[in-house]
Write a protein that binds this ligand. Structure first.
Ligand code: ADP
Ligand code: MG
Length: 699
C-alpha cells in the first residue's frame, strides 16, 4: 500500500478500485456518469433529512405528506385482494406500512428485517397507517447503528441504482471507503489565495462535509465552496475564449466604404432609431479597430436587430469580404434572404441562401459559388456549418437568435474563416447573471428602444369555453383588414401525433372561418410550400395562418395584429414572449389571446399572469428564470454545457461576479495555465471542458 506504483489523482482512478464497489455496482454508477473516484465524490446527496422534521409514526395525520424512519419488522407479499408487498416499520411510537403494487419482486429483494429505513409520502390508512409507493431509502442494514448526526443525507435514488443495492446507506459506505482509500490523492482545485479570500472549505473537507455532515451549516459551507468552484471554472472557460479572441491580433481591419452604406440606408423605409445607431457605431468601431469583433447584440423582440445585422454584413462587403448569417430556422433564414434581396436589388451585391432542404444539386452549386467567392452574403441555417462548406474570404459571421445555438456551433462557423469578426444577436433578453455566465466572452451592445409608433399589445388569458367569442372577435378584426396567427403547440416537429393535431386544427379553422382564407404552416413542409404560404400571408392573401411554433422567431408581417395561442399552458414564458413578438409590428393595435383549459397548474397560471401584466422582455426573462429554475434554462441543448449543479443564476449574482474577476485575473497572470502551481487547475479545466470544446489553441 505504501508504495503505490504511480501516484494518480482521484480524477484518474476508476471507481472500481473503491472497496465495496463490485462490477455490477460500478456498471450501474456508470449510467450516472460516475466513472472515477472523483465522479463518485461528486455524486452528492439529493437532499438531507433533518431529524427535527421527521414525524414519529404515532403523530402522523391522514393525508399529510410525511417522512418517517423506522426499523423493518416484516416484509410480506399479500395475495388476498390485489397482489401487493407490505413492508412494516416500527419506530417505538407506532407501526406504518409501505405498500407496493408494482415490481413486487424487485422491492421484496431490497427490504429485509432489521434495516433502518425512511419512508416519505402521503399518509393513508387501511387498518394501519400506510404509504403507497413511498419515496424510500435504506439508512442502515441490520444490527448496524444508524449514524447519529442531526441530518441524514439522501442520495439520488433511481431504480437502476437500487436494483444493485445502491441505496443511500450503501452509497455512504462506498463514499466513506473512497475517502479513506484515496483521501490523500485529492488535489485542491482552487488557488489557495482564493480559498482564503472567501473562507471556502478546502476540497477534501468539502467532500467530507457534503457526504458526512454533522449539521446543516456544514452542508451549506460545502455547497458554498462547490458553487464558487463551479462558476470559477465556467468563467475560466469564458476567459479563455475571450483571450483567444483578443490574441487573434491583428484581426481583419475593414476598410469600410461609407458612401455605399449611406446609399443603402437611404433606401430604407424608416429612420434608424437612436439605439440602432448607437449599436452600429459600436460595431463600426470594432470592425475598423484591427482587433476581431466579438459582440453580442441584445434587443427585445421587434427592436430591429435585422437591419443592424444587414448593415454590418454590408460593412464587410464594402471591405471586400464575404459575410455569413446563421439563423435557427429555415423560415427565418428564408425571410432574411428575401428581405435582403429586395433591399439590395439596385446594388451589385450577390446574396445566396443555403439551407438543408434545398435540392442537392442547387445546394452544391451554391457551395461552389461560396468557395469560389462568387457570392458576397450568405444566409443560412445549420447547413452553413457543415464540414464541406468552404468560404473564399469569410470576414464576418452573424448569428441570429444566439440562444438557439450552442457555444460549439458558434465556434464551428467561426472556424470557417480566418479569424472573422463575430456578431451574435439575441431577442431573448438575457438576465444579467446569465449574460455574465454564458456570454462572458462577448462584448455586449443593447438595443433598448423600440422603433417609434409601436402600439401596445393587449394580452388576455382566456379558457377554452371563451373560444366562440374569440372567434367572433377575430372575424370582426379580419373584416376590418387585419390578419391573424393561430398557433398550435407542436412540441417536437418529429412527433407525428402533434402534427396530426395541428392539421386537424387547421381543418377546424377552415370550417370556423368559411369566408376567409386559412393557411397552414409547419416544420415538416417542404421549403417551397413554406415559402408559398409565407408569401401569401405577407401579401394578405391568407387571412389566418394556423401555425406551429416555426413562426416563433423572427417572422415579420406588420399587418398581422392578432395572435391566438392555443394550449398556451404548454409553452414556456420566453417562447410565449417570442410568439407575441410576431404582432404589434405595425401601427395598428394588436391582440394576443392565450387560451388554456380550465384547470392548469399553479406555475402555468403564473406564466399566463406574467404575460398579461407585462411585455417587458427583461422582466419576462427574470420571471422565466424564477419559475423554471436556472437548471432548465441552461438546458444542455441551449448552450452545450452540462447543467449547473450548484449555482443559482438568480440568487448568486455576487458570487458570479467575484468568480469572474478572479478567473480573469488568474488568466491575466497565466493565460495558458502553464505555471506549475496551476497544473491542477489546468488538468481540471480540461477534464471539464475538453470534450465539449475545441481547445486545441490553448492545449
Ligand atoms: P427583431 O429585433 O425582433 O429581429 P426586426 O429586425 O425583425 O426585429 O424588426 C421588426 C420590424 O421593425 C421590422 O418590420 C423592421 O422592418 C422594423 N424596423 C426595424 N427598425 C426600424 C426603425 N428604425 N423604424 C421603424 N421600423 C423599424
Ligand atoms: Mg430577428
Amino acid at each position: 500500500m505504501s508504495t503505490a506504483p504511480k501516484q494518480r489523482t482521484i480524477a484518474e482512478i476508476p471507481v472500481q478500485f473503491v472497496k465495496g464497489m463490485g462490477e455490477k455496482r460500478a456498471e450501474a454508477f456508470r449510467k450516472f456518469q460516475v466513472e472515477t473516484v472523483e465522479d463518485l465524490l461528486e455524486f452528492i446527496p439529493r437532499r438531507y433529512l433533518d431529524r427535527s422534521t421527521i414525524s414519529p409514526i404515532a403523530k402522523v395525520q391522514l393525508n399529510e405528506e410525511a417522512t418517517v424512519i423506522g426499523e423493518v419488522i416484516s416484509t410480506e407479499v399479500v395475495t388476498r385482494g390485489k397482489r401487493r408487498l407490505i413492508v412494516r416499520i416500527y419506530d417505538r411510537s407506532g407501526v406504518l406500512e409501505g405498500v407496493w403494487f408494482n415490481q413486487i419482486d424487485l422491492f421484496k429483494r431490497i427490504f429485509s428485517v432489521g434495516q433502518t429505513v425512511a419512508f416519505s409520502g402521503k399518509v393513508g390508512r387501511y387498518r394501519h397507517w400506510q404509504m403507497v409507493h413511498p419515496d424510500f431509502d435504506i439508512l442502515s442494514q441490520s444490527r448496524e447503528p444508524l449514524h447519529t448526526s442531526q441530518i441524514i443525507p439522501i442520495y439520488p435514488g433511481s431504480e437502476t441504482l437500487k436494483k444493485v443495492g445502491l441505496n443511500s446507506y450503501a452509497i455512504r459506505r462506498i463514499v466513506k471507503n473512497a475517502l479513506e482509500q484515496f483521501g490523500a490523492q485529492i488535489p485542491e482545485t482552487l488557488p489557495a489565495p482564493l480559498l482564503e479570500k472567501y473562507r471556502l472549505l478546502p476540497r477534501t473537507a468539502a467532500y467530507r462535509a457534503i457526504h458526512f455532515p454533522d449539521t446543516p451549516e456544514q452542508v451549506q459551507q460545502a455547497i458554498q465552496r462547490f458553487k464558487y468552484e463551479e462558476i470559477f471554472y465556467l468563467q475560466l472557460l469564458m476567459g479563455v475564449f475571450r483571450h483567444q479572441h483578443k490574441k487573434a491580433n491583428p484581426g481583419l481591419q475593414f476598410a469600410i466604404q461609407n458612401d455605399f452604406l449611406r446609399k443603402v440606408m437611404e433606401k430604407l423605409p424608416f429612420e434608424l432609431t437612436g439605439a440602432q445607431r448607437r449599436v452600429l457605431r459600436d460595431i463600426y468601431r470594432d470592425l475598423t479597430s484591427g482587433r476581431p469583433m466579438n459582440r453580442l447584440v441584445q434587443g427585445d423582440v421587434g427592436s430591429g436587430k435585422t437591419i443592424v445585422a444587414v448593415l454590418t454584413m454590408l460593412m464587410a462587403f464594402t471591405a471586400g469580404y464575404q459575410a455569413a448569417m446563421m439563423a435557427p430556422t429555415e423560415i427565418l433564414a428564408q425571410q432574411h434572404y428575401l428581405n435582403l434581396v429586395e433591399l439590395l436589388d439596385p446594388f451589385d451585391v450577390r446574396v445566396a441562401l443555403l439551407i438543408g432542404s434545398l435540392p442537392a444539386r442547387q445546394k452544391s452549386e451554391i457551395q461552389r459559388q461560396i468557395a469560389a467567392g462568387e457570392v458576397d452574403l450568405v444566409i443560412g441555417t445549420h447547413a452553413l456549418i457543415q464540414e464541406d462548406i468552404q468560404f473564399a474570404r469569410l470576414g464576418l459571421v452573424v448569428i441570429d437568435e444566439q440562444h438557439r445555438f450552442g457555444v460549439l456551433q458558434r465556434g464551428n462557423l467561426i472556424a470557417k474563416g480566418h479569424r472573422p469578426h463575430v456578431l451574435v444577436m439575441t431577442a431573448t433578453p438575457i438576465p444579467r447573471t446569465l449574460a455574465l455566465t454564458l456570454y462572458g466572452d462577448l462584448d455586449v451592445s443593447i438595443i433598448d428602444e423600440l422603433p417609434p409608433g409601436r402600439q401596445k399589445i393587449i394580452t388576455a388569458w382566456r379558457t377554452e369555453s371563451s373560444l366562440p367569442k374569440i372567434f367572433r372577435f377575430i372575424e370582426e378584426r379580419i373584416r376590418a383588414g387585419d390578419q391573424a396567427y393561430i398557433v398550435y403547440p407542436l412540441i417536437d416537429e418529429s412527433e407525428k401525433i402533434d402534427l396530426k393535431a395541428a392539421k386537424a386544427a387547421f381543418k377546424q379553422f377552415q370550417q370556423v372561418f368559411p369566408d376567409f382564407r386559412v393557411g397552414l404552416l409547419h416544420g415538416r413542409m417542404s421549403i417551397k410550400e413554406k415559402d408559398a404560404v409565407m408569401h401569401a400571408f405577407k401579401r394578405g392573401e391568407i387571412h389566418i395562418l394556423v401555425s406551429t411554433t416555426v413562426i416563433e422567431v423572427g417572422v415579420d408581417v406588420p399587418n398581422a395584429t392578432i395572435m391566438l395561442i392555443e394550449h398556451a399552458e404548454r409553452f414556456g414564458l420566453s417562447q410565449l414572449h417570442q410568439l407575441r413578438g410576431r404582432i404589434g409590428r405595425g401601427h395598428k393595435k394588436s391582440y394576443c389571446i392565450l387560451v388554456t383549459p380550465e384547470n392548469i397548474n399553479e406555475v402555468a397560471q403564473q406564466r399566463m399572469r406574467v404575460m398579461e401584466e407585462t411585455s417587458d422582455g427583461f422582466r419576462i426573462a427574470e420571471e422565466d428564470l424564477r419559475l423554471r429554475g436556472s437548471g432548465e434554462f441552461l438546458g444542455t441543448r441551449q448552450h452545450g454545457l452540462s447543467d449547473l449543479k450548484y449555482v443559482d443564476l438568480v440568487r448568486d449574482v455576487k458570487l458570479i461576479q467575484n468568480a469572474r474577476e478572479d478567473a480573469f485575473q488568474l488568466l491575466k497572470q497565466d493565460p495558458q495555465l502553464r505555471k506549475p502551481e496551476h497544473a491542477v487547475i489546468r488538468q481540471r479545466f480540461f477534464k471539464l471542458f475538453a470534450d465539449k470544446f475545441e481547445l486545441a489553441q490553448i492545449a
